[in-house]
Structure formats: C-alpha cells, structure tokens
Design a protein around this ligand. Structure first.
Ligand code: DHB
Length: 482
C-alpha cells in the first residue's frame, strides 16, 4: 500500500483505513462469537461452543481457506472436567482436512464427507479441545508450495497467541491429517519455528507466537516428495500393470478416480532408472536400527532396510491375527505356530497393486498433482526432481530448491535449532500404494534416531486412508498428554 501526499491529514486517514482493515481480521480471539452445538458419541451427548470461520491471519489472501473452526466443550466454561482434563489442561487436537494438496476448508462437526468429522467428535468426547485449520492448495496461484504449511503454522500461531483466551493448552497441540494432510501434519511437527518460513508468515500478518507443536499424528503421509519417485520404483518397480488414481474436487471434497494401464517401453526404462537411484539415497541418510546398526541397501535394492520393512509388515500381520484376522488367505505369508515366519516380497507387492505409473510424483509431462503443488504464481506446474527435469517431455522449469526443502520434514530432523514435536504417531496402511512404505519408514526411523519417540506401524490390509483406528489414536494422544 502506498501512502501518497505530504498532507498529514490524508496520511492519517489512510492510516485509519489500514487499521480498520486490519481489524476486519483481528488476531485476538473473541470468546463471545459462538454457536452452541451438540455432539453425540455412543451414549454420551456433549454440548460444545463452536467458533467457526475464524480467519487466523490479519492479511488473508484466500480467506475462505485461511480459517479455523474451534470447538470447546461447554463444560470448560463452567469450571468442569472431562476425562480428567479441564480448561487449563485439555490438549488441543488439530485435525486438518487436506487431501491431494488441494485447498481445504477447516473440518466441522457436521459438514464435509461423512467420515471427516469422526475424529473431531471422538476428540471432544475425550475432553480435547478441537481446532481444525483450513489451508490453501495447489489449484490457485496463491496456494502453491509452501502455502499449505505456512497456513498451518499461522493457525498454530493464532492458537498460541490466544492461549489465555481459548480453553485448552496450546502447549499440547496434537496435529492430525491423512495423505497430503498427513504429510502436512508431519511437516508442521518437523518445522517448528524455522526462520525460513518467517517472511511468508509476516506477509500474511500471522500472530506473533511460536509455531512449534507438541505432537504429530500422520496417516499415510505423502511426503519427502523429491525422493518419493525412487522409493516408489524400489518397492513397486517389478509391477508393470498399474491402476492410477486421479484427484479432483467436488463441492470442496476430494474425489479419486482410477484407471488401469500397462507400462510403455519408456515407462519401463523410467522405472528401472529410478529404482536404481534409491539405494544411494537411502544409504546417504545413514539411518540406524534399534541396535544402532546402519540400515543399508545394496545396488540390487536388498539389505537391512528392506528387512526392517518386512519385519514391520510381519508385525502388522501378527497384530491383525491377534485381533481376529485369518491370515491363511494371504498366500504370500508363511505361517508357523501362530507366527508369520516369512513374507514373499513379490507376492506381497502383487497383492498391494501399483497405483501410480512412473514417475509416481514428478510427471515427465507435468501432469501430476505434485507438479502443480510446486508451481508458482506465474507457472502453474514445475518439476521438482533433477531426473524428471532432465527427462521432461514438455517445456518445463525446475521448482525453487528452497521451496522444495520447505515442503519436506526430512529437511529439519536432526538440525540443532529445530523445534520438533516431541511425540510422533505415524501410520501407513500395509496395502497402501499411493507412496512407498519406505517413505514413512525413513521418516519414522530418522525421528527415532534423533531420540523422538515414534509410534509407527503399517496397519494390516489398510489401503490409502486415515482415521481408521481412532480408539488407538486417542489412547496414544491421552498418554502423551497426561
Ligand atoms: C494424496 C494422494 C496421493 O497419491 C498424492 O500423490 C497426493 C495426495 C491424497 O490423498 O491426499
């Protein structure tokens, strides 16, 4: 904004106009602006105050997404407790509804897909305060990377800045999300207070506060995007048949449609090229197992990292068996005395099915959602890996390396000045082929190697999805919060 003229009167009126505009989106929480809603979970009915559509920055650019919905049990305004929590101690559950790196509205108790509000209802019934942030997404010129994470950080800052005004403990923010939302949740937890995001937050007029959070829950995080193509071919490269998925939006809900195909000769080569590159990346991370031994892969992609992944899958199968699943129908598992002794890798991968053609994320023709994520205000779609840039079949540009870095939680784990979330819970379905399980195993192991407690599992037979084990999720969330 340009303030013109020397006339102090006009400068003053412009100043007043600016102030008025700023107050259109006050950063201070207004406890009087709520509606009353009822939440039913089983036999329990809870009255909550719903503070919906709070724009969490002073200068929004897409205010329909840069909003928070906050739900607070009425009991906390009356000095009561729920499940041992009160207005001072209740953790804040922060579920995002981000999918496909598309723009997302905050989740609500009633709206959206029928399943999206389940975690909110469960959280409230267990005495958590709920704050759901919306965020910009890849389909708009102003929603390109790193907008999604900048918005989530701004939402966290709003909650921290208003900790005294909003019941619940802003030092106990537990983020949750699925897929792109899981990736965003993990990134939020890994990137707390990193200075590189500051200019973006400043421009939005984010509240002055920390954006470090307490804990992360991430389901099937579609993360570490610049290494995900290699990981995908390492895991799925032997399958030349695929069933690809396309993501679109309908009424603010992400839609997924599938089509089948077989590799072309070009795709066969791309798959082999990428597969060959994965061991070097994995080995460069110098990850260690729980005994301190380095996790490695040889040039064929075999080694202790793959063995760890197999053991994690076997553990998931055995858990399912303990809970009543008949494992005998999974012919790729060898069973002996109620234990799984081996897993036939090729058989397992065939059962999983391949959901993406190569490259899985950085399309050589820029046609994949992630290409659009890494576009900018003037160029809708870009490459973000050297391989796809080099082998691009269209006129194309490379995304800014710094922005790619700002989208990857791996960028910050182990940094001295990192304010990482203290607790992590990561789930990736054992039948999820939207990204390689290596991606979440790498994330979980890197965190563990840096002494963060990680509850990691690959739930048996689960496809690409989230929020399917809310009972266990909240058992974990309560335990870390007490
Ligand atoms: C999602 C799924 C994907 O396969 C992907 O590449 C990005 C996002 C999702 O479901 O959010």
């Amino acid at each position: 904004r340009v303030i013109t003229g020397q006339n102090p009167q006009s400068a003053k009126s412009v100043g007043e106009a600016i102030l008025k505009e700023l107050q259109k989106y006050p950063l201070r929480f207004d406890a009087t602006k709520y509606t009353t809603q009822q939440v039913t979970q089983g036999t329990q009915t809870l009255t909550v105050r719903a503070y919906e559509g709070i724009v969490y920055v002073a200068n929004p650019v897409e205010e329909q997404y840069q909003q928070l919905n906050i739900y607070i049990p009425e009991a906390y305004f009356n000095g009561e407790t729920i499940n041992g929590f009160n207005a001072q101690t209740a953790p804040i559950f922060l579920p995002n509804g981000i999918g496909g790196y598309m723009p997302a509205k905050p989740l609500s108790l009633t709206g959206g897909n029928k399943d999206t509000n389940n975690s909110l209802i469960m959280a409230l019934s267990k005495g958590f305060v709920v704050a759901s942030p919306g965020a910009r997404g890849r389909t708009s010129a102003t929603g390109k990377a790193p907008a999604v994470i900048v918005d989530l950080k701004a939402a966290v800052r709003y909650l921290k800045y208003n900790d005294k005004e909003i019941p619940g403990d802003a030092n106990k923010i537990i983020s949750n999300g699925t897929s792109a939302g899981g990736a965003s949740s993990a990134l939020l937890g890994a990137s707390g207070d990193q200075a590189a995001y500051e200019p973006y937050l400043k421009e939005l007029g984010a509240a002055p506060a920390t954006d470090a959070i307490f804990a992360v829950s991430a389901y099937c995080p579609i993360t570490n995007l610049e290494n995900a193509d290699k990981a995908y071919e390492w895991q799925f490269g032997n399958l030349s048949q695929y069933k690809t998925m396309e993501i679109s939006m309908l009424d603010y809900n992400v839609q997924r449609t599938y089509k089948t195909g077989t590799f072309t000769p070009e795709q066969t080569k791309v798959s082999a090229d990428l597969k060959k590159d994965f061991p070097a990346y994995l080995n460069s991370l110098k990850l260690k197992d729980s005994k301190g031994e380095q996790l490695t892969l040889n040039s064929k992609g075999e080694g202790s990292f793959k063995e760890l992944l197999k053991q994690t899958i076997i553990a998931a199968a055995e858990k399912a068996q303990r809970e009543g699943t008949d494992l005998s129908k999974y012919s790729f598992l060898t069973l002996k005395n109620g234990k799984v002794t081996t897993i036939d890798w090729d058989g397992y991968i065939t059962y999983m099915e391949r959901h993406k053609s190569p490259p899985a994320f950085d399309g050589l023709d820029l046609s994949i959602g992630e290409n659009q994520l890494f576009g900018d205000a003037t160029t809708d779609k870009k490459h973000f890996t050297p391989y796809a840039l080099k082998n691009s079949v269209v006129e194309s540009q490379m995304a800014d390396a710094n922005i790619v870095k700002l989208m990857n939680p791996m960028s910050f784990i182990g940094n001295k000045n990192a304010h990482l979330a203290k607790y992590w819970r990561i789930r990736h379905g054992a039948k999820d082929s939207d990204t390689s399980a290596a991606i979440s195993l790498i994330l979980a192991t890197a965190l563990q190697n840096n002494h963060y407690p990680v509850d990691y599992a690959l739930p048996w037979d689960k496809p690409h999805s989230g929020d399917y084990d809310l009972g266990e999720l909240f058992t974990w969330a309560e335990k870390i919060s007490r």
